[in-house]
Design a binder for this molecule. Structure first.
Ligand code: HMH
Length: 221
């Protein structure tokens, strides 16, 4: 098999915070079938706002890959991610109409604004490709792990939410996350200590922001 990379080492080191992001109470409530549908609708509206901000972020990662990567496969994988995002935006629109969520009325909550601001910082020319692609992997990996959990044997995910879970929990998305992890690991293996530190900090920030993002599903209290 493959030699374990830096990312697996980080995941072991930061196990608790990774688990906090990938086994959040909201996700566990989907899995055990007790999910509050108003919480799901709040998540749906906020995630649509996030995904729209994710498009320019991906475009910036693509630009960095074009400029800094010596492996043309990187661009192909990032491009396939952008293509899926186009499909994803269409899915959000149809899912929102199915649940009577008015996407034009969504007010981004603080956690969403914080996350979008973080994406903007990663889009800066000061952020190296290695840091950006590592953060990108982390963002996708949290959703993959979370929604795959809702599809495991024995899960009681409500029928009407299975398609949502499939979107990020399917095997193709799992492969895509593995490809991103491989790109990031190859870059990290050759990175300076300074970039390694920045990339590790970025991963931790993603995990924190994901927890805050899931927390929004609870609504204003
Ligand atoms: C908050 N994180 C958030 N939303 C998403 N759609 C993803 C990750 C995965 O694309």
């Amino acid at each position: 098999g493959e030699k374990s990379g830096i990312i697996d080492t980080w995941l072991r080191k930061h196990r608790l915070v990774y688990t906090g992001a990938t086994r959040h109470p909201f996700v566990l409530s989907i899995r055990d079938g007790t999910v509050d549908l108003s919480a799901y609708k709040r998540w749906l509206g906020q995630d649509y706002v996030f995904v729209r901000a994710f498009v320019p972020f991906l475009a910036s990662v693509l630009m960095k890959a074009w400029k800094e990567s010596d492996d043309s496969l990187d661009m192909d994988i990032i491009l396939s991610g952008m293509a899926s995002l186009n499909d994803e935006i269409a899915w959000f629109k149809s899912e929102a109409s199915k649940w009577d969520v008015q996407l034009s009325d969504i007010v981004p909550q603080k956690a969403n604004e914080d996350y979008c601001r973080f994406l903007e910082s990663l889009m800066s020319p000061d952020t190296e490709y290695t840091t950006a692609i590592t953060a990108f992997w982390a963002i996708e990996a949290v959703y993959q792990a979370s929604f795959a959990l809702c599809l495991e044997d024995g899960s009681k995910t409500p029928e009407e939410l299975r398609e949502t879970c499939q979107r990020w929990g399917n095997d193709g998305f799992h492969q895509y996350c593995n490809s991103l992890q491989n790109i990031a690991d190859q870059r990290l293996a050759k990175a300076s200590d300074d970039v390694l530190t920045k990339a590790e900090v970025a991963v931790l920030r993603v995990l924190e922001l994901e927890v805050e993002f899931w927390n929004m599903s609870r609504g204003q209290t």
